[in-house]
Design a protein around this ligand. Structure first.
Ligand code: AMX
Length: 439
């Protein structure tokens, strides 16, 4: 595996030099104006982060190192011709910037299998939490507890030169990625299968092994998990989970700390929790309507009712996207191909027809189209993973690939501690109106 690390080093070193050159020669260049509206709307659209792994276009959706999801599904290596690409290949692409050969992907898979041993105390920490703690609480606690293993932290303590921070970060990231599926599966089996745990199978790929440890060994579920892990892996740098990992990592906190921060952000209902909220909301609707095959009119009325109650329709809208999320479309295509006449999947498709015009009519909603979370739950549910309070954990397993690849980049570039400026509200008012404000 040293060759992948070396390959990364060769590629990234050129970018590190470019980063330094830009900083030295162009630090004074103005690249954007910031409006009060942007500040008061969650800093939307302000270019302030450096993230190479992926870029989000409002109309086209995500591109990983320039490749769309459709292209990835064609180009990334897979285990069988009709299967989905392996997430290991996407990690390679995000890290190194090139589509890998199948051998590279298989080598990463094997490498992660050798690093997959989770220290017992991580399971003990999870077991110390009450079973009614949210799966994401257990997941974050399990990840945080593994910080005892941090190679970066030990290297830092021994006074390693800052230009080598990336090296021990690389080791931490590979270990963390390798171990995270076991942590997730452990929580699943603990909460929903009476603690009957399943050991990893080192011959399986990363996503297949996660399914296996959760208790699912069919090729159908492995295929779904590979797709799931690819499409959720990264969404450029400004989303809450990616930004949280970058921010915390910028203080030179170890990767386990940084990823725990990402996961507590992902757990919020406006971010990754939406994938369970979608299913919860759909079941609430079906219960309210007293049917599992509602008419368009019934669904429409229920959506309007949700909005009138001051709630959001989960799975719809996005801070950046302005069209249907290609991650939604990839899942829709998957369902069209492999799933015939599933009631929940049918309702997801029905909502896709009904919700966008309703949200458009509200006026203020910038994107009435579905995001990734509108589909994912119904696919998992179809294949028997019905415990939807667990769904955000699966999102969290996938997201480690992108944001931790970025953390290695942060460290090789030597990005500094992040420290934007804040002002009291009054300062913005004075700026806008040119006179002293009252609050
Ligand atoms: N249902 C109802 N209202 C919505 C809405 C939806 N699906 N999407 C946006 N709005 C509302 C906002 O709450 C906001 O209302 P306000 O002015 O009263 O505060 C207004 O429309 C304008 O919001 P926006 O600029 O269009 O979106 P945003 O950037 O502020 O928020 C997001 C984006 C995703 C949080 C929002 O669309 C939302 O809450 N969607 C539902 C939850 C969801 O699906 N989240 C998952 C997103 C993807 C992910 O991270 N996994």
């Amino acid at each position: 595996m040293e060759y992948i690390k070396n390959r990364f080093f060769q590629k990234a070193s050129k970018c590190t030099a470019e980063y330094q050159r830009l900083k030295n020669e162009h630090s004074d260049k103005v690249i954007a104006q910031v409006t009060i509206g942007q500040v008061l709307s969650g800093m939307k659209g302000i270019p302030a982060l450096v993230t190479d792994t992926s870029k989000l276009d409002p109309d086209e959706g995500i591109r990983f190192r320039g490749h769309s999801i459709t292209e990835l599904r064609e180009k990334l290596p897979r285990l069988s011709p009709d299967g989905e690409p392996l997430p290991e290949g996407l990690f390679y692409l995000m890290l190194i910037g090139e589509i890998p050969e199948k051998d590279d992907v298989m080598n990463i898979s094997k490498d992660w299998a050798t690093r997959a041993h989770v220290p017992q105390h991580a399971f003990d920490v999870i077991d110390a939490l009450p079973k009614n703690s949210k799966p994401m609480t257990q997941f974050a606690a399990g990840i945080l507890s593994m910080a005892t293993e941090s190679v970066f932290q030990k290297a830092y303590r021994t006074g390693v030169h800052k230009k080598f921070y990336w090296d021990s970060t690389f080791e931490d990231v590979m270990n963390l990625i390798a171990r995270i599926p076991h942590i997730a599966a452990y929580i699943y089996r603990r909460n929903f299968h009476n603690d009957r745990h399943i050991e990893p199978n080192p011959r399986l790929d990363w996503a297949g092994n996660l399914a296996h440890m959760m208790g699912f060994d069919s090729e159908d579920i492995r295929r779904l998990f590979r797709l799931y892990m690819v499409i959720h892996a990264d969404h450029e740098g400004g989303n809450v989970s990616a930004h949280a990992a970058h921010l915390v990592g910028s203080a030179l906190s170890n990767p386990y700390y940084a990823y725990t921060a990402a996961m507590t952000g992902l757990a919020g209902p406006l971010h990754g929790y939406a994938n369970q909220d979608v299913i919860h909301w759909m079941f609430e609707m079906l219960e309210f309507l007293g049917t599992d095959e509602p008419t368009d009119e019934q669904v429409s009325k229920y959506c309007i009712q949700t909005l009138e109650e001051g709630r959001v329709i989960p799975g719809y809208g996005h801070a950046v996207l302005r069209k249907t999320d290609p991650r939604f479309t990839a899942q829709l295509e998957f369902a069209d191909k492999y799933i015939k006449d599933d009631k929940l999947v049918n309702i997801v498709n029905q909502l896709y027809r009904i919700v966008p015009p309703i949200l458009s009519d509200v006026g203020k909603i910038k994107n009435p189209w579905p995001n990734v979370d509108a589909y994912s739950g119904s696919l998992l549910y179809h294949y028997g993973i019905k415990e939807y309070t667990f769904y955000t954990v699966l999102f969290g397993v996938s997201r480690v690939l992108g944001v931790m690849a970025s953390l290695i980049n942060d460290r090789i570039y030597g990005l500094p501690i992040e420290r934007p400026t804040s002002y009291p509200l009054k300062w913005y008012r004075d700026k806008a109106e040119g006179e002293p404000g009252n609050c």
